[in-house]
Design a protein around this ligand. Structure first.
Ligand code: IPM
Ligand code: SF4
Length: 457
């Protein structure tokens, strides 16, 4: 029988069926950060358990990491980092900590270090573990008690998901990026529209993407509610994973495989998108307008829209390009890879950040930072007035370190979540591609990067 890529991955990792209908799956690789692992190690300690396969785990410091300097910015973050290091030393687990040339945001570091390959099952106490789907690997986020379970047994209790296929056919217009594809998909399917599903992306617009672009798509697919995102492994994926040969299994869906749900999206119809609201599906094309509450039909939808507009401080009908920004942030596991920095630098080169705008760039990893510096990108950014951070981490993607946006501060951001308070209490996030953030930083307001490049914005 024809099987989907998702079913092949699950079948290949199934250890046994459990009496209640769930199954036990084997975890090839498990990643930890300082934020979601402490209780798991305490749990092991209390039960007197050992880590069963220390070499199949990796720890990376990222969420609470300061990025202006190497040293932790406060005692609480220092404690989290020190704890993780001590736990890793004790159990013989690899640790990429402060000053390690391999340190960075976990989902940037793992592919960079060649630790993901097609056909793997990867777990991590972080929802954006879906990123590895770009390699035809099954990656998903787990909770703290599950982290403990993986440490002790290298397995997890797992429930098979339903399958969704999202086909993006055709060619993107110039200036439209992977970030716009995934924001479009989220707009069409809805935030939470893939709850209970594993989402497979296919179509020529997907396979035309670089590995960085595919990672952006699978990373942000978790905002659909899907607990897995997948792209079939092609030559590009094998090469990027450092695997030169194909293994016995083809990590792609079989011809004729059936899905529980299918969406078709025309790539040519996608414009650069920006979010206007407080959910990643509240987005609109850059040449559009802030939506009108009266266009909603149900009282519930009207109230939700009104609340989002109120939080965002926007007026219905306002042109998106009239929205002035206070800050610009390029970073996060969605968009801080070298390809993202190059795209932003191309926009910024020879220009100056608008007077009132505070513009920050945090490379996704130390390795990415060094590569960017070797290419002279840091000079381009610094000369334009960007704050080029010397250290890597999650930074302003979420308000969990010393980069916290102020009440009412409006940001153009290359990140993935725009919930109330995500980047700081009362902070207003507009999600978009890194090139769009760069263009907004220079212009001082949201702008179509294509018009900006042509000089017609
Ligand atoms: C802190 C962590 C658990 C969280 C996640 O799971 O995604 C964070 O990385 C995020 O992006 O919100
Ligand atoms: S960069 Fe943002 S989305 Fe990614 S792991 Fe860190 S906090 Fe989560």
């Amino acid at each position: 029988m024809s099987r989907t890529l998702y079913d092949k991955l699950v079948d290949a990792h199934k250890v046994c069926d459990l009496p209640d209908g769930d199954m036990l799956v084997y975890v090839d690789f498990h990643i930890m950060n300082e934020y979601t692992s402490p209780q798991a190690f305490s749990g092991l300690e209390q039960k007197g358990l050992k880590v069963w396969r220390p070499e199949a785990h990796l720890s990376v410091v990222d969420h609470v990491k300061a990025t202006r300097q190497r040293a932790p910015h406060n005692a609480a973050s220092k404690l989290l980092i020190d704890n993780l290091e001590a736990n890793c030393r004790k159990h013989g687990i690899a640790f990429y900590g402060l000053g390690d040339p391999r340190q960075g945001i976990e989902h940037v570091v793992v592919p960079e270090q060649g630790l993901v390959a097609p056909g793997m099952l990867i777990a991590c106490g972080d929802s954006h573990t879906t990123t590895y789907g770009a390699f035809g690997a099954l990656g998903f986020g787990i909770g703290t008690s599950e982290v403990e379970h993986v440490l002790a047994t290298q397995t997890l209790r797992y429930k098979r998901l339903k399958t969704m296929l999202v086909n993006v056919e055709g060619a993107l217009a110039p200036g439209v990026t992977a970030k716009d594809i995934i924001m479009k998909v989220i707009q069409v399917v809805g935030a939470g529209g893939a709850n209970g599903y594993a989402v497979e992306f296919a179509g020529d617009a997907i396979f035309a993407q670089s590995m960085a672009g595919r990672m952006t798509i699978c990373n942000m697919a978790v905002e659909l509610g899907g607990r897995a995102a997948l792209i079939a492994a092609d030559d590009k994926a094998y090469r990027a994973s450092g695997q030169m040969t194909f293994d016995a299994e083809t990590w792609a869906s079989d011809e004729g495989a059936e899905y529980d749900s299918v969406f078709n999206i025309d790539a040519a119809g996608i414009a650069p998108l920006v979010s206007w609201g407080t959910s990643p599906d509240q987005s609109v094309a850059i040449d559009g307008m802030v939506p009108d509450v009266s266009a909603e039909t149900t009282p519930k939808a009207k109230a939700a829209l009104a609340r989002a507009l109120d939080y965002m401080g926007l007026e219905p009908g306002q042109a998106i390009t009239d929205i002035q920004i206070d800050s610009a942030f390029i970073g996060s596991c969605t968009n801080s890879r070298i390809e993202d920095l190059r795209a932003a630098a191309e926009v910024v080169k020879g220009r100056r950040v608008a007077e009132r705008v505070n513009a920050i760039i945090v490379p996704g990893s130390v390795f990415t930072k060094l590569q960017a510096e070797a290419e002279g990108l840091d000079i381009i950014f610094k000369e334009a007035g960007f704050d080029w951070r010397p250290e890597s981490g999650c930074s302003m993607c979420l308000a969990m370190n010393d980069d916290i946006a102020l009440e009412g501060e409006r940001l153009a951001s290359s990140t993935n979540r725009n919930f109330e308070g995500r980047q700081g209490r009362g902070a207003r996030t507009h999600l978009m591609s890194p090139a769009m953030v760069a263009a907004a930083a220079i212009s001082g307001h949201l702008v179509d990067v294509r018009d900006f490049k042509k000089g017609t914005a």
